[in-house]
Design a protein around this ligand. Structure first.
Ligand code: AVI
Length: 316
């Protein structure tokens, strides 16, 4: 079969499995939508906007930790390696490490390939000395890198506490998968720490309502995948803190009785009924160590900020 036909067929299979996954989530008593569907082209731009909000402390705090400890980090990571950016988005975080880590190869992986290509094209012209590859991949399902990417000196970069958007079981599985792809390299990961509720609420329900737009946009993303007729104006963004599970939870709540249909199916939501769209887990230094050790990492180095809001970890 011709390569483009193979790609088209695999895109169709992926679309088919997405449709099944979305339908199953919507038809549950407590409807859920996987947070990966937040990141369509607009959603990726909205998330990038969130990272500029003063209330959204993770990005700036992580940035300041990476800057403050850049020499120590460069020492443990080493130079001339392969930097593999999981959930690369606009690639800006990884790019900020290029000067100190001097990677020979940069592999940017993200769910949204269109957005990734846009970002990477700009970066290529600025850093012609680095071989760059963009991979559109749901790495939570499969983390298989092309054979052309060397096994030696790999550093997986997983910033922003994106690991926190997975359940404990999924996070452990993903970390084990990453560990299995590392020979002599390591994992540089950002993880968000537990903190007072008001700081979390401000960060996830910001006054400019950018996070609300980001969350509501998932319904348009679902309309595109499922051919459904969600109307974003019939839902509102809701944030709660689950202290038992140490996480922020995002929902979309029906403002009235709502009927949503798509080919061969229908779901009604009573006024006040919620769709669960995201969990964002928060950690302690101890829970970080435990999680990474369970995934098989033996050496764990942790850097935090003065307020202990966020942690950057290098694990081998
Ligand atoms: C990508 N991820 C780590 C973000 C978070 O903080 O959990 C997603 C996000 N959701 C709302 N605001 C940001």
């Amino acid at each position: 079969m011709h390569t483009s036909a193979v790609l088209e067929e695999s895109a169709l299979l992926t679309q088919h499995s997405f449709t099944a996954e979305i339908e199953a989530g919507l038809l549950q008593d407590c409807a859920t939508i996987s947070p990966k569907f937040l990141y369509d082209a607009l959603g990726s731009h909205l998330f990038a906007a969130i990272t500029f909000l003063p209330e959204y402390y993770p990005t700036n705090t992580e940035k300041s930790i990476l800057a403050q400890y850049r020499n120590q980090i460069a020492e443990v990571v080493g130079k001339d390696g392969v930097l593999i950016d999981l959930g690369a988005g606009n690639c800006l975080k990884a790019a900020s490490l290029f000067d100190s880590l001097k990677p020979s190869t940069y592999v940017a992986i993200d769910f949204s390939i269109e957005y990734l290509n846009e970002a990477l094209n700009q970066l290529k012209s600025k850093h012609p000395e680095i071989a760059m590859h963009a991979l559109g991949m749901d790495f939570s399902q499969h983390l298989t890198l092309p054979n052309s990417i060397p096994m030696q000196h790999r550093t997986f970069f997983y910033p922003g506490s994106s690991i926190g958007n997975f359940s404990a079981v999924e996070a452990l599985q993903l970390l084990k998968k990453i560990k299995s792809q590392i020979l002599d390299g390591g994992l540089l990961i950002g993880m968000d720490l537990m903190k007072p509720d008001d700081v979390l609420i401000d960060a996830y329900d910001d006054p400019l309502k950018v996070t609300a737009a980001f969350n509501l946009n998932i319904l348009r993303s679902i309309n595109n995948h499922l051919n459904s007729d969600f109307d974003v104006s019939q839902f509102k963004h809701v944030v709660t803190i689950n202290h038992q599970e140490n996480r922020v939870e995002l929902y979309l709540e029906a403002l009235d009785d709502v009927r949503v249909q798509w080919p061969n199916n229908v779901r009604t939501f009573k006024k006040g009924e919620r769709i669960h769209t995201e969990n964002s887990h928060k950690y302690t230094i101890e829970s970080i160590k435990q999680l990474l050790r369970s995934a098989g990492f033996e050496s764990i180095q942790i850097w935090t900020d003065a307020k202990k809001y966020f942690a950057v970890i290098y694990a081998k």
